[in-house]
Design a protein around this ligand. Structure first.
Ligand code: ACO
Length: 373
């Protein structure tokens, strides 16, 4: 038996969904380089690619997109649930609770066939943006916006947040962000989804586990922490002093480091370009400039790759998205990959059940309650 802390270097599943070449900094979905997909595809098309294994034809894409649009409304009971939650509930907490609550409302909740799971995945993929946007409105005392029946997935999310049709350029940037976040091998949240599925628990349970796992700051929660760091620094001139302090205190710099990448994360390089383009087009350059300086300082001190969460922070912030929604945007995208992995797990299932190395004592006496101190 091998003992690997954090399961580093352990292969726990075979997958045909995505491949990371961590040495060269490449990422492929179903064999297609994500640079190609971010340039030419849409989130809807990329989702179909991940689920069905190949790019859809024009007719297939049209029908797939229509099914997602039809499923955008969530049951009224879910909106009623959001109205009951404390306003301080985090958007990821709201998503986790809502996906769990959606399970009994799904007409195929007890059916674990591939066909039913694809239907459920369509409904979940369509519902996540509606829930996040509805929560943003409700916690600000506003009524949720009814989803559009014409806008694309990313544009509809921005529309449901503000009630106004978004600038097409902003919608395309968000669409590219969704493509870039859609799948990533056996990352922690996908592993959580697969572990849950491996017990033959249902799709909603697996996605609830995944959302819970994505939330942490070492995983998808890092994008929010990156933005909080940028705001704390506040000024380009303060970056060096801040970074000196962070290194001296031995703090981890959010948005850097990765278990698999040795070279820079290719998604981060895309997001860097999006952040730079947005800085130019809006004239609001400070967040991009600070990010760039932080990256030079970090990488001059330690050979750490920049990861997906670093530049997505300045992209979302410049798009006007509230900071605590950043990780839920990650979930809105990653649900495509999670569900694809759940299909794969069910198709060739074996219970995922590693062992632990016991380090406690043995043969301890049982002391009667009255004799304990
Ligand atoms: N800042 C400073 N030092 C770092 C960082 C960082 N961001 N990341 C890793 N290191 C250092 C560690 O201190 C450690 O140094 P040591 O060997 O001298 O103790 C070494 O690099 C290895 O780090 P680990 O944390 O053991 O690496 P691991 O593979 O377990 O963790 C992780 C990867 C969690 C991503 C880590 O790099 C990290 O905490 N980064 C910051 C959080 C972050 O950006 N998370 C998002 C990751 S991408 C995603 O999940 C979507």
């Amino acid at each position: 038996m091998t003992n690997s802390k954090g399961l580093e270097g352990v292969v726990a599943a075979e997958t045909g969904i995505s491949h990371i070449d961590g040495f060269h900094g490449r990422l492929y979905y179903r064999g297609i380089d994500i640079n190609e997909l971010a340039t030419h595809s849409t989130f809807e098309e990329t989702t179909a690619l991940l689920w069905y294994g190949k790019l859809p034809t024009a007719r297939q894409l049209e029908s797939f997109t229509a099914k997602i649009i039809e499923s955008r409304l969530v049951p009224n009971e879910i909106i009623a649930l959001l109205l009951l939650l404390p306003k301080k509930t985090t958007p990821m907490g709201v998503l986790r609770t809502s996906v769990s609550a959606l399970s009994p409302f799904d007409p195929e909740t007890r059916d674990n066939s591939l066909e039913a799971n694809v239907h459920k995945s369509i409904r979940l993929t369509a519902a996540l943006p509606t829930i996040v946007a509805a929560w943003e409105r409700i916690r600000n005392g506003l009524w949720p916006v009814t989803p559009s029946t014409t806008l694309g997935h990313a544009a509809n999310f921005l529309y449901m947040l503000s009630g106004k049709e978004p600038d097409p350029a902003a919608a395309r940037i968000l669409d590219q962000c969704l493509i870039l976040h859609a799948d990533h091998g056996l990352n922690a949240s996908t592993f959580a989804a697969r572990i849950t599925a491996s017990t033959l628990s249902n799709l909603h349970s697996a996605i609830t586990s995944a959302i819970s796992t994505l939330q942490g700051p070492l995983h998808g929660g890092a994008n929010e922490q990156v933005m909080r760091m940028l705001l704390e620094i506040g000024d380009l001139e303060r970056v060096e002093q801040y970074m000196r302090g962070a290194f001296a205190a031995g703090r981890k710099i959010m948005g850097f480091g990765h278990r698999v990448y040795k070279a820079d994360d290719p998604r981060a390089l895309w997001l860097e370009r999006l952040s730079r383009d947005l800085a130019e087009s809006t004239g609001n350059r400070v967040w991009y400039q600070m990010s760039d300086r932080i990256r030079s300082i970090v990488q001059s001190q330690k050979p750490l790759p920049v990861n997906v969460d670093f530049y997505s922070a300045s992209v979302y912030y410049t798009l006007g998205i509230p900071i605590d929604l950043f990780t839920s945007i990650f979930a809105i995208s990653r649900v495509a990959g999670w569900t694809a992995h759940v299909y794969e797990q069910y198709a060739d299932n074996r219970l995922i059940r590693p062992e632990s190395a016991y380090i406690g004592s043995l043969d301890m006496p049982y002391t009667a309650l009255a004799e304990r101190n």
